[in-house]
Design a protein around this ligand. Structure first.
Ligand SMILES: Cc1ncc(COP(=O)(O)O)c(C=O)c1O
Length: 386
């Protein structure tokens, strides 16, 4: 047995190893040419003004960052019409998720979410030594069953995670549905409304003439709700790690105590401050996303594949064949997508909506992968001895 097995905590032992999610070794070799549609990143990157702000911040990199992210926190507070005490800036919204789990959970306690949702919920809950209960989705549909989530809550539940829109299905819960749900959640449970894809969802909702989210109203009313937002998606800053939570001041105060010191770099803070004024860039990103979601949906549907209508910057697509093999055939052509076997959907992929050129390249590669079929892939793999 290994030297440290008996020394590490039970949670560390039970977590199971998490492989690097991407890129794959094959993809690494030609990363610069790879069309990366596997991680829901922005194909446009940060805007020029944000890059300028980062450049200016670099020369001050000898100093530690402001641990409290004071300027960014105040700007976010003004932006969201909340007091600064109701804002906590973290190294990506996943860091906020982890803080909530470390602060609210412990062995014997649990969190509840839906099956087929964001994979980090399970990692963050397990790292806190607690248990994640995954309620089933609506049968035959790709959306949450909120009644099943409510039914899964018990006396030991402290958190409910709702990704809205959900990753990987891209489905959205409308504001009135969330509101009704919140009235039924018992008082000992904090509801985390994960709005990582907020900007995309807002744009789609306006096009569809529906109401996406009233989440900040619940925060203003003092409900036991924490809203998560991030600069990783529409603002194109995934590599910098900056996101935030909006919620009750007292709870965020406890979370802040658990935070790693200096966890949000000065460059990330400068970039986020500039990105918050980036209305034009975000508009370009969300408009491209909506137009290109239609192009991709039509292309995949024309190949006889089922696509779930999205409210985010990716599509969930049922291929009707083994998705891992399909993804490998795409990767061999320089396009990375995410096969969803680990989410219990072995015939489905998640594909990030890219630029027009990237999407065209994806559709052409997908067409060739379909034509070649799984058997063709096996034969060529065998021929190369892979
Ligand atoms: C639902 C959801 N929440 C949060 C995140 C993570 O965002 P961040 O980069 O801010 O940690 C993602 C990223 O894919 C996501 O899909």
């Amino acid at each position: 047995m290994s030297r440290f097995f008996d020394l590490v905590s039970t949670s560390a032992r039970n977590m199971g190893s998490v492989g690097a999610s991407n890129p794959t070794p094959a993809a690494l070799e030609s990363r610069s040419q790879l069309i990366k549609l596997d991680s829901n990143e922005s194909p446009f990157g940060p805007s020029a003004r944000v890059v300028d702000a980062m450049r200016r911040a670099l020369s001050g990199a000898n100093s530690y960052p402001d641990d409290d992210c004071g300027e960014l926190r105040r700007k976010l507070a003004t932006h969201h019409k909340l007091p600064p005490e109701q804002v906590l800036v973290t190294a990506g919204s996943t860091a906020m998720l982890s803080l909530l789990c470390q602060t609210l959970l412990a062995p014997g306690l649990n969190a509840v979410t839906s099956e087929r949702s964001f994979i980090v919920y399970s990692l963050a809950v397990q790292a806190a030594g607690a248990h994640l209960v995954e309620a089933p989705m609506r049968s035959g549909e790709d959306s949450f069953d909120l009644e099943a989530i409510l039914a899964a809550i018990d006396a030991d539940t402290r958190i409910v995670f709702l990704a809205n829109p959900n990753n990987p299905t891209g489905t959205m819960l409308e504001a009135t549905v969330v509101e009704r749900f919140l009235t039924k959640v018992p008082g000992h449970v904090v509801v985390v409304l994960d709005e990582a894809y907020y900007e995309f969802a807002l744009h789609f909702a306006a096009l569809r003439k529906i109401e996406y989210s009233s989440s900040l109203e619940y925060v203003r009313q003092g409900s036991s709700v924490v809203v998560l937002r991030t600069f990783s998606k529409a603002h194109g800053l995934a590599g910098l790690r900056v996101g935030y939570g909006l919620g009750p001041a007292e709870l965020l105060g406890y979370c802040a105590r658990m935070r790693n010191t200096f966890s949000v770099s000065s460059v990330a803070q400068a970039a986020a401050l500039a990105a918050l004024d980036d209305h034009q860039h975000v508009q370009l990103v969300v408009e491209n996303n909506a137009v290109q979601s239609r192009v991709l949906t039509q292309g995949l549907s024309a190949m006889g594949r089922r696509v779930v209508p999205t409210s985010a910057n990716f599509l969930f697509c049922d291929l009707g064949e083994d998705a891992a093999s399909f993804a490998t055939r795409l990767l061999e052509q320089g396009v990375a997508v995410r096969p969803l076997g680990p989410w219990g959907a072995p015939n489905c992929i998640r594909v990030t909506i890219g630029t027009a050129e990237q999407n065209q390249a994806f559709l052409e590669a997908a067409g060739r992968a379909v034509a070649r079929g799984p058997a063709g892939h096996r034969a060529s793999s065998l021929a190369r001895g892979t």
